[in-house]
Design a protein around this ligand. Structure first.
Ligand code: GLC
Length: 535
């Protein structure tokens, strides 16, 4: 397939070395005691993030919203939600973060607005408005107009999230709502997207994670027109804001990076085998389960029934796809996110987590740590629906969105509000982990994660720059980075062994827990062990 050349193929260099950290602002740190996290609370925690070693934080949407989808239903792209603080406070957060060497990335909900957005309220009253997709009949998937306009609109996710009109790649006289991508509505929406980005970039943010990035142009086989749109945005950024990045929520970096993105997340959905790659690592069938996913054992599981083969094959496919535009964008490997179960979910807790981080932080992808995963915060089952968290009978995102656990005090140090006023309840477990306790204990998961981040940052060959040679995809997982570092990870309960070739027998352990090698090259990995060696 021939593709148009990538604008600014090299892009800014900082994402290659980034350690991303995702924050759900509702639940991170509450400074004013209203039970909901805010910018000032987060600002006060920047010292912690710098100590941990993260280099960029991504905030899920913090804009004015009726919060029927946790802020993914934006009512005003240019104004922050009052509950987090003002635009000025967000700018202050960005400034303070930069002093700590941390960049702030916002969420760009490009494909839809809230049904309370003034653009939609106007569109629902005015048949001449084309910012949204309107049909004159009850077409499949369309929702009846709430306004004076007769007709039906096309939602993008929940019904309260009408799709912005970026046009259709294919026209059809029988479906007159399919407008070309250069019609007036789509042009106005693309201009608005740039206006939104320009405002926040001027306020000091370093880029955007783009929500449902593949959803903009409808009926777009091969994402030809969607790709044209994002490459145009990247070209604009490269010219006006060359340090800024666009990260896609797409789930398939092999496809999205050539479309113009500086990075994309491996996710439970999207990508080869419809997200099977990430599920084959982390998903143990609890918390956030879509019934359409075929059941499969995951690799990071105490019973050890999984294999790394699915993931490694998806990785190789991604590397091959990105080879013709080197450095233009990266695959991002998240521990979890606000839509997926946490690393500590169902049967996977405690000592099983460090091996997962040892893998994530020495793999050539860009790592993204979901807030609280670094201390092993657990997915909390059985919560009621909160701001649209429930997506199915076995799919409740609230369990991954509970308040950050800062200390062993009331509300885990998240907020001074009465417990029943918190955004979501704190994990009720008596042994819930917290930052203060783990910071004081150099043997804690938090310290392991911090050491692994420091190791990655001090040895570029452990990051996106070094080559990768996978030596074993069973238990233990064994791979070489940059021809120089040997990584061994055994996430199962049972010990595991592997025979190294003589040339791979390591000399020094940079970090090791339960792994040793004999001079004959036998690697002995105890249950739940990991190590990074230097050859
Ligand atoms: C993305 C977000 C998710 C949201 C949806 C609709 O998948 O990550 O939280 O509900 O888009 O905006």
């Amino acid at each position: 397939m021939t593709r148009p050349p990538m604008p600014n193929p090299a892009g800014p260099e900082w994402p290659a070395d980034a350690v991303l950290y995702q924050i759900y602002p509702q639940s991170y740190a509450d400074s004013d005691g209203d039970g909901i996290g805010d910018f000032a609370g987060l600002t006060a925690r920047l010292e912690y993030l710098a100590w941990l070693g993260v280099s960029a934080v991504w905030l899920t949407p913090c804009f004015d919203s009726p919060f029927r989808d946790a802020g993914y239903d934006v009512r005003d792209y240019l104004t922050t939600a009052a509950r987090y603080g003002s635009n000025e406070e967000l700018a202050k957060l960005t400034d303070a973060a930069r002093r700590y060497g941390i960049r702030v990335v916002l969420d760009l909900v490009a494909g839809h607005t809230s049904d309370q957005h003034p653009w939609f309220l106007a569109s629902a009253d005015d048949p001449a408005d084309h910012r949204y997709i309107w049909s004159d009949r009850a077409a499949e998937g369309f929702v009846a107009s709430p306004g004076r306009r007769a007709g039906w609109y096309r939602p993008n996710f929940f019904d309260c999230q009408p799709a912005l009109n970026y046009g259709y790649a294919r026209q059809d006289p029988a479906e007159p709502w399919r407008q070309p991508i250069d019609a007036e509505g789509p042009r106005a929406n693309r201009a608005a997207l740039r206006e939104t980005m320009a405002q926040w970039l001027a306020a000091g943010v370093s880029g955007f994670r783009v929500d449902m990035a593949s959803s903009l142009v409808k009926d777009d086989p091969g994402f030809t027109e969607t790709g044209r749109l994002w490459r145009e945005m990247r070209g604009w950024l490269a010219e006006r804001h060359p340090d800024a990045i666009l990260l896609a929520e797409w789930g398939d970096p092999a496809v999205s990076v050539p479309m113009g993105f500086h990075g994309d997340f491996f996710l439970h959905f999207g990508g080869p085998g419809d997200g099977a790659a990430l599920r084959s690592l982390w998903h143990n069938g609890t918390g956030t389960v879509d019934e359409t996913w075929p059941p499969a054992a995951c690799y990071f599981d105490a019973d050890g029934a999984g294999s790394m083969e699915t993931f490694v094959a998806a990785w190789q496919r991604t590397v091959d796809a990105l080879a013709d535009a080197p450095g233009s964008g990266h695959a991002i490997l998240p521990t979890a996110n606000h839509d997926l179960s946490r690393l500590a979910c169902g049967p996977r807790t405690g000592e099983q987590l460090a091996p997962a981080f040892a893998f994530q932080l020495t793999w050539p992808s860009v790592p993204a740590v979901y807030y609280g995963d670094e201390i092993g915060m657990r997915y909390v089952p059985g919560l009621p629906d909160k701001e649209g968290s429930v997506l199915g009978p076995q799919y409740n995102r609230a369990g991954s969105r509970t308040p950050m656990q800062w200390d062993s005090g009331p509300n885990a140090g998240f907020s001074t509000a009465p417990a029943d006023r918190l955004y979501l309840p704190v994990d009720p477990a008596a042994d819930r982990p917290d930052v203060a306790t783990q910071r004081a204990d150099t043997g804690s998961l938090l310290h392991v994660v911090r050491r692994l981040i420091a190791l990655r940052r001090s040895h570029p060959a452990l990051g996106t720059h070094g080559s990768l040679e996978v030596l074993h995809t069973g238990y233990p997982l064994v791979y070489l980075r940059g021809g120089r570092f040997l990584v061994v990870v055994n996430p199962r309960r049972e010990p595991a062994r592997f025979a190294l070739e003589q040339r791979h027998v390591p000399r020094t352990a940079l970090i090791a827990h339960g792994v040793h090698t004999d001079p004959d090259g036998t690697v002995h990995a105890e249950g739940f062990s990991y190590a990074v060696f230097e050859l």
